[in-house]
Design a protein around this ligand. Structure first.
Ligand code: ADP
Length: 495
């Protein structure tokens, strides 16, 4: 049974959805619109403005004026207070935002409440605190060029400027917050381009920033396609920093565009994260952990535990239990509080996931569970467990971004290190064991930005997050986020 839709959500969906530029909602200059779908039904939910180059020009100009004008005049304590107010508003509108996200993205309402709203508000408060704690260093220098002269230097982290933020559809509101809030804490202004599929909470967020008292132009939201609005933002000469989360393929395009303008950039990209289960584990508990690592948000998570390596002594037991769990999960719309597996984002993504499973089977993989779509409508894929895979297969090498895990046995630690690292990505990894010596041996040998032990997918605002190898460049969260949105100025004084 789906929960009743909050009347404010229905009213918002039925309203006009313009671009948010300089504090005003306005249609795209071309007048173009694009449809937004409900993944649970496949039906059109509403339409939003489809921005392009000329709209991005306006948004960047507004962000520049705000950066040099009202926002520059705010003291760090003012920025902190405004962001704390924003966190309060996120919570005050929590149910409304969560329902909107579930309708647009398809994800579980539980997840939307806990992450898109709850974790987003906590992240906002954590980052608000940094606004008043950004500090440089004082340096005693040894320059000997002029006899008798003495020098002292200090460093000043200055806001990098106007930030272009391009975010994906898997956690639309949270990803937007991850970019906007640290940027604002540092004194930057932002042009946000939400994903084509999920523009709605970004527009609501832009409005809530205004309601919090953040000056018009500090946060601008340009909805539109990646090919038009996204590409225009990435290549814009008026942007000082690009912050991107999305696929490695598009991340490379963004990186090239950034380098052409010498725009600073950070990229949080794809993953194919290994889950390593040692044979001291209780097979039941390990299977539950592995299920959570891959089926959370239908595997549409950049750190999804999509490659499962189980030590041979417990391989069959873990796989049997994992398949039983996967087969028992109830499937339904995100607004159904009982549903444990929800639709994928789009028909395109559903087809991509099913095609990759099909390729895996053609390459010799054995389907232990799932492997097919579910239902008459909506973009569902049943939780899928594949065995009899080998390292060369596409299903083992490439990111699927769906509820699909490939399982491989291993005999010893050296072997699993080689298997786990044999991939272009290096975003996350988890090790499941209570054998401390083995765990401590493994941690430094795994090439990943985050290594979890006896847990997976757990993030915290204080914990730097980002990728090794093709999983990205730079780190978000913690103090790393402050470094990402500031330039370090050295001041050298002779006396
Ligand atoms: P996914 O495959 O998960 O949709 P993408 O990397 O394609 O991931 O998309 C992530 C974000 O990048 C989205 O906001 C999308 O609109 C945007 N995007 C896609 N193509 C481009 C592009 N050529 N230039 C800039 N942004 C793009």
């Amino acid at each position: 049974m789906s929960i009743a839709i909050d009347p404010r959500v229905a009213a918002f969906i039925d309203s006009q959805h313009g671009l948010l530029i300089d504090g005003r909602s306005q249609p795209a200059l071309s007048g173009a619109q694009m449809p937004v779908f409900n993944p649970a039904t496949g039906e059109e939910l509403t339409r939003v403005a489809a921005g392009a180059d000329a709209d991005i020009d306006l948004a960047v100009a507004a962000a520049r004026r705000a950066f040099e004008g009202p926002w520059a005049a705010q003291r760090p304590a003012d920025r902190e207070r405004l962001l704390l107010k924003l966190a309060d508003l996120l919570e005050a509108h929590g149910e409304e935002l969560a329902q909107l996200e579930t309708l647009n993205n398809g994800q579980s309402i539980h997840l939307a409440r806990a992450l898109e709203v709850g974790a987003a508000a906590e992240f906002t408060r954590y980052m608000a605190g940094w606004a008043t704690k950004i500090e440089g260093k004082s340096l005693d220098l040894s320059i000997a060029a002029v006899p008798g002269a003495r020098y002292r230097a200090y460093t000043v982290p200055e806001p990098v400027g106007v930030v272009g933020a391009i975010v994906p559809w898997n956690f639309p509101l949270l990803m937007a917050i991850w970019k906007i809030v640290p940027a604002l804490a540092c004194g930057c202004t932002v042009v946000l381009k939400p994903a084509d599929e999920t523009p709605l909470t970004a527009l609501r967020l832009g409005q809530l920033c205004l309601d919090a008292g953040i000056a018009p132009g500090v946060v601008n939201v340009v909805t539109g396609s990646g090919a038009q609005a996204g590409a225009a933002l990435a290549a814009h000469k008026g942007i000082d920093k690009l912050a991107f989360t999305g696929s490695t393929q598009i991340g490379k395009v963004i990186g090239h565009a950034a380098v052409d303008n010498m725009t600073r950039f950070s990229l949080e990209l794809g993953g194919k994260s290994p889950v390593i289960v040692l044979d001291d584990c209780d097979p039941q508990a390990a299977a539950a952990g592995a299920a959570g690592a891959i089926f959370f948000n239908q595997g549409q998570v950049c750190t999804a535990g999509s490659r499962l390596y189980i030590q041979r002594a417990i391989f069959d037991q873990v796989l049997e239990r994992l398949s039983a769990i996967a087969g028992s999960l109830s499937i339904g719309p995100g607004l159904d509080e009982q549903a444990q597996v929800n639709p994928l984002i789009s028909a395109k993504q559903q087809k991509r996931v099913l095609d990759m499973i099909g390729q895996g089977v053609a390459d010799g993989a054995r389907v232990l569970c799932g492997g097919v779509a579910y239902g008459e409508q909506g973009f569902y894929v049943r939780p899928t467990v594949l065995a009899d895979v080998h390292a060369g297969m596409q299903v083992v090498r490439e990111e699927i971004f769906g509820p699909v895990v490939v399982a491989t046995p291993f005999d010893d630690i050296d072997e699993v290190v080689a298997l786990a690292n044999d991939n272009q990505y290096g975003l996350g990894a988890s090790i499941w064991s209570n054998d401390l010596a083995k765990v401590m041996d493994l941690i430094p040998r795994i090439k990943a930005g985050t290594v979890w032990v006896n847990t997976h997918n757990m993030l915290d605002p204080s914990m730097p997050f980002g990728g090794y190898k093709q999983s990205g460049i730079g780190r978000e969260m913690g103090h790393a986020a402050i470094e990402a949105y500031t330039e370090n100025k050295s001041v050298c004084i002779a006396f």
